[in-house]
Design a protein around this ligand. Structure first.
Ligand code: SPV
Ligand code: MN
Length: 627
């Protein structure tokens, strides 16, 4: 204990020492002392919830060149290394014992060897720098959902991002006393280039210690690798949730405004770049969150909260037409961090698909940029990166839901799963029950790769509940936890699939980007049993008359029978092929597939076959409606 005090006293000013001492938690003090000894900073800044401390962090980002101030008040821009623009999946590993169950399905490194490696990258990493110790809370504060977190980092950008994205946690820590129940994150950007970006990307690591509920991140700055409370915490939370009987999901939370002022909350899981953020911002509706949700059963009801309070969103294609509310927030004064966009000579941010002409030169993730500039590989460098981002407070948005910070969360009316699918799923469909929803929808998500991702285009990638990248347990256990959740609630939330990406024979999308409002408003009615649907082999689809009304109301569009049939016909061969693909994964690649998954696939297959025998391979909804 004395030793801990001495280590801390050596690097913390009296003021910072006082701030830390106000939290009487021995595990926390040990953690900070351990980090100080290892990373060897010149000094330590303890960031409380106060405005003064938050301002200090904002100022530091500029002083240190981690963010540059832009022309609009409150706007700054941060750059990551040209090769540090996304989550590093290969170097994100779980620290596991060689005999752990998880080794069968997760990317892992032997626990002791992994720790030793990452400790070596942390060793003396903060010499000449200030270490930041900051406190945040996952979920609303003072709530059953809250998980206190401490972030140690040498990046004021990481801390600044967290002040926007998460609720403050210093006071929460004071309340938990000596409890060891909190997540710990330690990050170093490592040695920096002259552009202040992480230099030693060969030593970029994200190592997750499930036993200690702690994550190490080194030699990277991209927020998906460094902001502890985001995807690093999600991996810890998924395990914690399994132990405690709740769910941690890669889901938005949307308030859908139905008839007579009714608000029905949906959670929705979509893989990256499938319209998740724009769905959470549907026009006329209200947003609680766009990325991560916790779901708990409280008094027999499924309830959910946004783990975050801000958005770290993809900026490409945010235009006044497609995302008017975000566009406005990005172009008016207020606190926004732009990441990896183009900064023009007018000191304004520019990005691809913003709906206006971009300058031909400026500054971007490659340094000074001009149109036609190529990288080492001879590839043309785009003005903004395809994964360029913005970070802002949801409270800055006009469509924020009033219950954003409700400690009780909101009741989940429906759960929606979607992916990028050109030829199989109908635009919207309700599963027959929770079990079928989890298995045939969530656990069967696939998403097609786009031109924007590396590798071949149009390849379907399996992505269980769109949580695949963050799963920290064997798949079967995760599916069982989801199935079990539905059994323990008084009333199962309705489960839906949506597909915005269906294409016709000519390769064109069958729906407009804005049609998604119609699918959600139909789902809103279904949650309350306000309308019947049509039973199909794959689930319940909307009746034509309902869609005519909803298209008129929400899209001011006359919806034709031909469009309906083309969009909602049941494609038997494609659905069978999908079942084959998914079943193969569950049989061959996953070692703990619950029997119910295979039984449910068999049931779905049988229903498809029976209908195909009667109506052929492509079944018009009108045939089924007349049954
Ligand atoms: C995602 O890719 O799902 C994101 C951004 O939300 S990241 O922080 O990189 O995970
Ligand atoms: Mn995400």
């Amino acid at each position: 204990m004395d030793n801990v005090k001495n280590i801390l006293k050596d690097k913390l000013s009296a003021e910072n020492m006082e701030k830390l001492a106000a939290i009487k938690n021995s595990k926390l003090h040990d953690f900070v002392a351990w980090a100080v000894e290892l990373a060897n900073p010149d000094s330590v800044f303890v960031c409380t919830d106060s405005d003064a401390d938050r301002d200090y962090i904002r100022k530091r980002t500029i002083e240190l060149g981690e963010e540059i101030p832009l022309a609009t008040k409150g706007h700054t821009c941060h750059f990551d290394n040209y090769n540090d623009q996304a989550r590093d999946k290969a170097n994100t590993k779980y620290l596991l014992r060689a005999d752990a169950d998880e080794t069968k399905s997760l990317n892992w490194v032997e626990r002791e060897a992994g720790k030793k490696e990452v400790h070596s990258y942390l060793k003396d990493s903060m010499v000449g720098r200030q270490m930041i110790v900051a406190f945040f809370c996952l979920g609303p504060i003072d709530s059953q959902f809250s998980i206190p977190c401490v972030q140690i980092t040498d990046s004021s950008y990481v801390c600044h991002s967290e002040t926007i994205l998460y609720r403050p946690g210093y006071e929460q820590f004071q309340k938990i006393g000596d409890s060891p129940e909190f997540f710990r994150f330690i990050h170093t950007a490592g040695e920096l280039t002259e552009n202040k970006t992480s230099k030693n990307l060969d030593k970029r690591r994200v190592y997750i210690d499930l036993e200690d509920e702690m994550v190490y991140s080194t030699n990277t700055q991209y927020a998906g690798n460094t902001v502890g409370l985001k995807k690093l915490a999600l991996r810890l939370a998924i395990q914690k949730a399994l132990r405690e009987g709740w769910l941690a999901e890669h889901m938005f939370v949307l308030g859908a405004h139905g008839p007579e002022g009714r608000v029905t909350y949906f959670t929705g899981a979509f893989p990256s770049a499938c319209g998740k953020t724009s769905t959470s911002m549907l026009p006329g509706q209200t947003i609680i969150g766009d990325d991560i949700a916790y779901l708990r059963i409280i008094d027999g009801k499924a309830r959910t909260v946004n783990v975050e309070k801000g958005i770290f969103g993809i900026i490409q294609n945010v235009s006044p037409e497609d995302d008017p509310i975000i566009y406005e927030a990005l172009t008016t004064p207020g606190e926004v961090i732009f990441g990896n966009v183009l900064v023009g000579e007018d000191n304004m941010p520019y990005w691809l698909g913003m709906g206006k002409e971009l300058p031909e030169k400026g500054y971007n993730h490659s340094g000074q940029w001009h149109k036609g500039k190529t990288d080492d590989q001879g590839n043309e460098i785009t003005p903004s990166h395809k994964n360029a981002r913005y970070t802002l407070n949801i409270s800055e948005l006009k469509n924020k839901d009033p219950r954003l910070d409700d400690p009780e969360g909101v009741e989940v009316g429906g759960v929606v799963y979607g992916g990028r699918d050109s030829d199989t799923w109908v635009p919207v469909e309700q599963a027959y029950d929770w079990t079928e929803g989890i298995i045939l929808k969530g656990a069967s998500i696939e998403s097609e790769t786009t031109a924007a991702t590396l590798g071949q285009e149009g390849v379907r990638k399996f992505n269980i509940m769109s949580n695949q990248d963050f799963l920290s347990m064997p798949y079967g256990q995760y599916i069982n936890a989801n199935l079990d959740f539905g059994k323990r609630v008084d009333k199962e939330p309705a489960v839906f699939s949506v597909n915005y990406f269906l294409r016709g024979k000519d390769g064109k999308f069958l729906n407009a980007v804005s049609d998604k409002i119609v699918w959600f408003m139909w789902a809103e009615l279904r949650v309350h049993g306000d309308t019947d649907g049509i039973d199909t082999p794959t689930g319940v689809i909307p009746k034509y008359e309902d869609l005519v009304e909803l298209f008129k109301k929400y899209r001011n569009k006359d919806y034709s029978k031909d469009e309906y049939v083309e969009q909602f016909k049941i494609r038997v061969p494609e659905n069978m092929a999908k079942l084959d693909r998914i079943e193969k994964i569950y049989k061959e690649e996953i070692s703990d597939t619950p029997q119910i998954v295979l039984d449910t696939f068999a049931k779905a297959r049988k229903r498809l076959q029976a209908m195909a025998d009667k109506y052929g391979d492509y079944i018009s909804p009108f045939d089924l409606a007349s049954n």
